[in-house]
Ligand binder design. Structure first.
Ligand SMILES: *Cc1c(COP(=O)(O)O)cnc(C)c1O
Length: 398
């Protein structure tokens, strides 16, 4: 095995060489049920024929020109994305972190345009916004930041789902210009805020002239049972970032904005060589088209309810299970003890899951998961959890 790759990942001992829908096949031909979708990326599953066809056609036609020229596919995708998101304008990059970088720059420039020289952005505890210097500084996880100081300045930390804490910040920090928040915290453990949180946050932002910036990188593109998770609460953000599932595996990210926020960035303020190139835009257009024609947003909602009910029926009340929560196909099972070992145990049973925040089993299955696969997922996972809880001692939480 090669050792030329930097040791940035603790990889599981498996190599996938082929996929089909919710199945991945390793180099021995063994099938694994994918309940993670490459961390919320492959919403349409693997090797979706519509995506493959669009990509091979585009690859044979035109891969890249430059943002020095008009890119009709980028404009078409922009129209389509703004329509489903109910936003006015979009900037395309290549990843989630880049989408958030664009949002952070937009917020700072908005501050400067209003005469605030050292603008601040409120960010949350246990949040995740990426691994670039600005986005790791915005991230509420010391593990992501440690060793990379000095951090980027201009972020103010607040507890999640706590509107009173934001009121205190509003009363004390006149340089705040924006809030950057996940509508559901993904890496933080599938934390779903109370129903009143986003509406109250919207009202607070309006009161203090802050931009409400939602990181929908993990929650967007149908996964939450709506195109975007915030649509469940009826509010609209000023800025929203999207990436992961937008290209179903082709790297693309987007920073969308509405109203005044859509006019902040001007010529020369921001750019990207690859961002919004014809190949990536063709992929994202095919993703939106496929989600629409196959009714996958509704499917995510229905399947999510089914999975949540089935998991609760089997696991609720089991000693060691603290909470079972979900919104569409973002599902979390919180245990009373660290459970990272479950990932390897699931792999041995040919099931791909993830554990985040130490003790939360995270499921992000593809939107194309069928009913039989859903039942296999529940049965296999519940057996695993029962075995795990029966054999691993409870370790007191710090
Ligand atoms: C994955 C993720 C990011 C970072 O996206 P990258 O494409 O890895 O840079 C940012 N925010 C959230 C909420 C994410 O889940």
């Amino acid at each position: 095995m090669s050792d030329t790759l930097m040791h940035t990942y603790a990889r599981l001992p498996v190599s996938f060489v082929r996929g089909e829908g919710a199945w991945l096949y390793d180099d021995q031909g063994t099938a694994y049920l994918d309940a993670l979708s490459g961390i919320a990326v492959c919403g349409l599953g693997h090797a979706h024929p519509a995506i493959g066809a669009a990509l091979s056609d585009q690859a044979a036609t035109l891969l890249h020109t430059s943002n020095l020229y008009h890119i009709p596919l980028q404009e078409r995708l922009g129209d389509r994305l703004c329509a489903i998101a109910r936003m006015d304008r979009v900037f395309f990059g290549n990843s989630g972190a880049e989408a958030n970088e664009a949002a952070i720059k937009l917020a700072r420039l908005h501050g400067h345009q209003r005469g605030i020289d050292l603008p601040e952005i409120v960010v949350m505890e246990n949040s995740f916004h990426g691994r670039t210097l600005a986005t790791l500084s915005a991230t509420g996880n010391r593990k992501v930041q440690a060793g990379f100081e000095p951090l980027v300045r201009g972020f103010v930390r607040a507890p999640y789902d706590d509107i009173d804490a934001l009121r205190t910040i509003a009363a004390n920090r006149p340089n705040v210009v924006a809030v950057l928040v996940e509508p559901i915290q993904g890496e933080g453990g599938i934390r779903i805020p109370s129903e009143t949180y986003l509406p109250a946050l919207r009202a607070l932002c309006d009161e203090f002239g802050w931009l409400l910036m939602l990181d929908e990188i993990q929650t967007g593109m149908g996964r939450a049972g709506r195109w975007f998770a915030h649509q469940l609460s009826g509010i609209r953000p000023d800025v929203m970032t999207v990436a992961k599932a937008l290209g179903n595996g082709v790297p693309i990210g987007a920073c969308l904005a509405r109203g005044h926020a859509a006019e902040v960035l001007g010529p020369g303020n921001h750019g990207s060589t690859f961002g919004g190139n014809p190949l990536a835009c063709r992929a994202a257009e095919a993703v939106i088209e496929t989600i629409e024609t196959q009714g996958l947003v509704e499917r995510a909602a229905a399947l999510g309810t089914h999975l949540l009910d089935a998991l609760r029926e089997r696991l609720a009340g089991l000693p060691g299970v603290v909470a079972i929560r979900g919104c569409g196909l973002l599902l979390g099972i919180e245990l009373d003890r660290p459970c990272g070992a479950l990932v390897q145990q699931a792999l041995e049973r040919h099931l791909l899951i993830n554990v985040t925040a130490g003790n939360v089993i995270r499921l992000l299955p593809p939107l194309v998961l069928d009913d039989i696969q859903a039942n296999t997922l529940v049965t296999t996972l519940c057996e695993l959890i029962e075995d795990f809880l029966a054999t691993s001692p409870e370790i007191a939480q710090a």
